[in-house]
Design a protein around this ligand. Structure first.
Ligand SMILES: Cc1ncc(COP(=O)(O)O)c(C=O)c1O
Length: 435
């Protein structure tokens, strides 16, 4: 199926879309219909997902930011989940848990220095909120500094550390949050003071457009935080777990954070789980009242089993070698496409398989997202810089599949180049009409 010429949806699919419109999100239903992208997830396997009618198959090049690093429905993990359910359930968050203990020990073994303690959550935002709470309690200070255009989730404190557009309609923001441009350690030092508890950064900000930290930046932030007694939190919700060709992205920059936040891929795409991993001294904030922070579903025991196996898979040396080989394969292919489409595709940002296509302008990311969809590729532009299309393929692709991606992407780029002038005129008309 090509160029958006999808077959007429079945009555059953229309029914699902109607229900979704009436009971889940009328806005999303209208949006996807408007752009001819009303795909309803049906079968899914490895790097692919099919529309529920079976008429269209997409290759997942976004992976929900890393949730599907191992592809969809990894058979080993499914077997493990089934087997776990013959024995255990979510567990009880009040009690001592073998599953949480084993998983936390494995994380500690895989982390450097004394990043020894883990508190589990359900999602990334919740784990970020906890990181801020720990930093504030430990330092006795209030301010949290984050990067402009960064993204850490939609929960209370995480939202306050993110872009203004996501919080504006929702009333006053939590106090004590400041933002500075990513990549500029002087700007950070200019706003930090004796009341600064933490600096939080995505090691490679994804929603800002896969921005690779400039040479020396993270090192100088680390040194500054050390000097000023500020807790350095790295959000590795997207960059962790092998995505960048190392198990943790911060390993590329020769630094060690005080807190690392993990999510998405830890779930194996099957069972939600997140983790706030902290250096040993920071755990002291829970000594007085160990029950001061709880999460009923956080660190569910079946989720812990899955996450443990996920970590074992990621930390096999062959696994990361393969990620790096695939990353080189992608880079070669994209470079060839860049020479063919050099006025539209300007460059590639990349650290391992954490990649961003630099495009001509802010219209180009949304257009390429649509034409890629028409060419059976699921890609998503970076919300806080739509001139970049995020490219986060599953880490388990076969080399032949990369070649197929390049052929399809070639077609998608050619269509996007054709569509751009029309879209530009249309966006001007929409603007004039106040749409
Ligand atoms: C870098 C980063 N941090 C945190 C989050 C929040 O995770 P969740 O949606 O699981 O709350 C996300 C989600 O996209 C993310 O990309």
């Amino acid at each position: 199926m090509n160029m958006g010429q999808t077959k007429k949806p079945s009555a059953q699919k229309e029914h699902v879309i109607d229900l979704f419109r009436e009971h889940v999100s009328s806005g999303k239903a209208a949006f996807f219909r408007k752009y001819g992208m009303d795909f309803v997830m049906g079968r899914r396997e490895g790097p692919y997902l099919w529309d529920m009618d079976g008429n269209k198959r997409l290759l997942n090049l976004h992976c929900n930011g890393g949730v599907f690093n191992l592809g969809h429905r990894n058979s080993e993990l499914i077997d493990l989940l089934r087997e776990s359910l013959t024995e255990i359930d979510m567990g009880n968050h009040h009690l001592i848990s073998k599953e949480r203990a084993y998983l936390a020990r494995l994380i500690a073994e895989l982390m450097p220095s004394d990043l020894d303690f883990t508190v589990f959550g359900v999602g990334g935002g919740e784990a970020i909120d906890l990181a801020f709470k720990v930093a504030r309690a430990y330092t006795g200070r209030t301010k949290i500094i984050s990067a402009l255009g960064g993204y850490h989730g939609h929960t209370g404190l995480a939202l306050a550390a993110g872009d203004e557009k996501y919080r504006k309609p929702f009333g006053p923001q939590a106090p004590g949050f400041l933002q500075v441009p990513f990549g500029n350690s002087e700007a950070l030092a200019a706003v930090a003071d004796r009341d600064t508890a933490a600096v939080i950064l995505e090691t490679v900000p994804a929603t800002l457009g896969i921005v690779i930290p400039p040479e020396g930046y993270l090192r100088s932030v680390r040194e500054y935080c050390d000097r000023e007694g500020i807790v350095l939190i790295l959000d590795e919700v997207q960059t962790g777990l092998g995505r960048t060709g190392k198990l943790w992205a911060f390993e590329h920059f020769d630094i060690e954070p005080d807190i690392v936040v993990l999510g998405k891929g830890l779930s194996g795409g099957l069972y939600p789980i997140s983790a706030t991993v902290m250096r040993k001294p920071l755990e002291s904030v829970f000594h007085q009242d160990p029950f001061i922070h709880i999460s009923t579903f956080g660190g569910s025991e079946v989720g812990c089993r899955i996450a443990r196996r996920v970590l074992e898979l990621y930390s096999e040396p062959e696994f990361l070698n393969n990620v790096n080989k695939l990353a080189d394969h992608f880079a070669e292919g994209i470079e060839a496409l860049r020479t063919r489409h050099n006025r539209f595709l300007l460059g590639l940002r990349r650290l391992g398989l954490m990649m961003g296509l630099e495009l001509r302008d802010q219209l180009s990311g949304p257009i390429l997202t649509k034409t890629a969809y028409d060419h059976d590729l699921l890609m998503v532009y970076a919300n806080n810089d739509p001139s970049v299309c995020q490219l986060l393929p599953p880490l388990i692709l076969e080399p032949e599949q990369v070649d197929r991606v390049m052929e399809k992407l070639d077609g998608a780029l050619a269509s996007a180049r054709r569509l751009r002038p029309v879209a530009k005129i249309k966006s001007k008309i929409d603007h004039l009409l106040g749409k």
